[in-house]
Design a binder for this molecule. Structure first.
Ligand SMILES: Cc1ncc(COP(=O)(O)O)c(C=O)c1O
Length: 400
C-alpha cells in the first residue's frame, strides 16, 4: 500500500497523463458514449472486478459452510477493522450497510431525542429520498420540517450565513441533514464550519457523505458531526450494494436499535440499521478495494485528478455567452461534479439529449435545486483530455 502524497505532489500527479493512462488501463470500459456521468457510481478496477467475481464463485461453491464457519467469525471482523482504518475512526463507531440511503434513513428513522414541538432542517440541495425521509419525521414523529433554499450563486460565506440565519430563526431546531457534496450541482459544503454552528445551537447533524468518500480529504472525527452515512460504489470503486453508517462514540444512545434488531447487540452500532443477509462476496472484496484506493494515491490524488479535469472544462466554458456554470470556482466548494445550464435554451433535458445525439456525450439533468434545472457533468478516472476537448467543443457550439 502506498501512503498518500502531499497535496503539492498530488497536484503534479493530477496532471501526469502517463500516470492516468496507466490507471485507465486497469479499467475495462464498454465502447459507447463518452461517459461524463460518473456521479452515479464508479467503475471497479479490473483487479477489484476479478476479485469480486472470484468471491461470487467461491461463496456460491462453499455456500453457508464458509459463511457460518469463517466469514461470521473472522472475515467479517477483519473487514470491519479495515473499514474503520480507512475512515480513521474507532471500530465501534462504524458498520457496513447496504447503501448510503440505508445508513441515512436508519439514522433519521431511529433518532430518539425529539421532544414535542421540535423542528428539523433540510435544504433544496439534499438528496431527494433523504428529504423525503426527513418529511416522514413530520408525519411519524410529530416534528415540523423547515425547508430552506440556498442562495445562488453560493459562496463559502453565503452557505454559512444560510445556516446561521436558519439556526437563529428556528430556535426549536433539533436535527438537520447536511450533504457534504450535493448531487445536484456538486457544491461541497463547508461541513466543519456549519457543524460547529449547529453544535453551538444544540442541533444534531446527520451528514450525507454519499459523494465524499474516496475523493475528498477529510477526517470524519474532525468534522464535528455525530451521525453520517456513506457509500463505497462512487469514488471508492467498490462493488454496488455497500454503504457505511457512522455514529459518534458517545451518541449511540440517541439512535434506537432498528425495529427488528431489539435483541440483537443493543450496544453495537450494527443494531442501528436493518439486518439482512449482506452481499457477502462484495464485503469480501473490500480489502482489495481499499488497497487499490491507496495504490492510486488515496483521496488526495484521486480528488486532485478529478478537480483538475473539472477545472479544465469549466475554465474553457464559463465565460461563454449562453453557458452558466452553477458551481462556484472557490476550490473549497467543488470536487468532481459541476453543473451548468444553457441560458439560451429553456429545456435542459432536450439539451442533454442533443449532447448525446450530436456529440456522443453522456451527462444527466438534475432538477430540484432552487436555482433551477441543470446539466451535471462528472468526469472519472478514465476520462481523457480528448474527451474533455469534445465536451468543451460541444458546449461552445450548442451555447450559441
Ligand atoms: C447526495 C446523495 N445522497 C445519497 C445518495 C444515495 O446513495 P445510495 O445509492 O448508496 O443509497 C446519493 C446517490 O447518488 C447521493 O447522491
Amino acid at each position: 500500500m502506498s501512503t498518500c502524497p502531499a497535496l503539492h505532489d498530488a497536484n503534479t500527479l493530477a496532471r501526469d497523463e502517463g500516470y492516468w493512462q496507466r490507471i485507465a488501463a486497469d479499467y475495462e470500459v464498454e465502447p459507447g458514449p463518452i461517459n461524463f456521468e460518473y456521479g452515479y457510481f464508479g467503475r471497479m478496477t479490473r483487479t477489484v472486478a476479478e476479485q469480486y467475481q472470484q468471491n461470487i464463485a467461491f461463496i456460491n461453491r462453499s455456500n453457508s459452510l464458509h459463511v457460518r464457519q469463517q466469514f461470521e467469525q473472522q472475515d467479517n471482523l477483519r473487514i470491519h477493522a479495515a473499514l474503520a482504518e480507512l475512515v480513521q475512526v474507532a471500530p465501534e463507531t462504524v458498520a457496513l450497510t447496504q447503501s448510503a440511503s440505508a445508513a441515512l434513513q436508519s439514522l433519521i428513522r431511529n433518532y430518539n431525542a425529539f421532544k414535542p414541538g421540535d423542528q428539523v432542517l433540510i435544504s433544496d440541495l439534499e438528496y431527494d429520498s433523504i428529504q423525503n425521509a426527513m418529511r416522514w419525521l413530520a408525519r411519524n414523529r410529530g416534528v415540523e420540517v423547515i425547508e430552506i433554499s440556498h442562495p445562488h450563486p453560493a459562496s463559502h460565506d453565503s452557505l454559512l450565513q444560510s445556516y446561521e440565519s436558519a439556526l437563529l430563526r428556528y430556535p426549536r431546531l433539533k436535527l438537520m441533514v447536511l450533504t457534504h457534496v450535493t448531487h445536484r450541482t456538486g457544491l461541497v459544503m463547508p461541513v466543519q464550519a456549519i457543524a460547529a454552528k449547529a453544535r453551538a445551537a444544540g442541533v444534531d447533524v446527520v451528514l450525507d457523505g454519499a459523494h465524499a468518500l474516496g475523493q475528498l480529504d477529510f477526517r470524519l472525527d474532525e468534522l464535528g458531526v455525530a451521525f453520517a452515512g456513506y457509500n463505497l460504489q462512487k469514488w471508492m470503486g467498490a462493488p454496488l450494494s455497500l454503504g457505511v453508517i457512522y455514529i459518534q462514540q458517545d451518541r449511540l444512545q440517541a439512535i434506537d436499535p432498528d425495529m427488528a434488531a431489539l435483541d440483537y447487540l443493543p450496544h453495537s452500532i450494527q443494531s442501528r440499521t436493518p439486518y439482512g443477509t449482506p452481499n457477502i462476496p462484495a464485503w469480501l472484496t473490500l480489502p482489495t478495494v481499499f488497497a487499490e484506493h491507496q495504490a492510486m494515491g488515496g483521496s488526495t490524488v484521486k480528488g486532485a485528478r478529478l478537480k483538475y479535469l473539472r477545472d479544465l472544462w469549466v475554465s474553457q466554458v464559463q465565460e461563454l455567452d449562453g453557458i452558466e456554470v452553477l458551481t462556484p470556482d472557490d476550490p473549497r466548494l467543488y470536487s468532481a461534479i459541476t453543473s451548468f445550464r444553457f441560458t439560451r435554451h429553456a429545456d435542459q433535458q432536450a439539451m442533454a439529449q442533443r449532447l448525446l445525439d450530436e456529440y456522443n456525450l453522456f451527462t444527466v439533468v438534475r432538477a430540484g435545486s432552487a436555482c433551477g434545472p441543470c446539466i451535471r457533468v462528472t468526469p472519472g478516472f478514465t476520462t481523457t483530455l480528448e474527451e474533455v476537448r469534445v465536451l468543451v467543443g460541444a458546449l461552445a457550439e450548442l451555447s450559441r
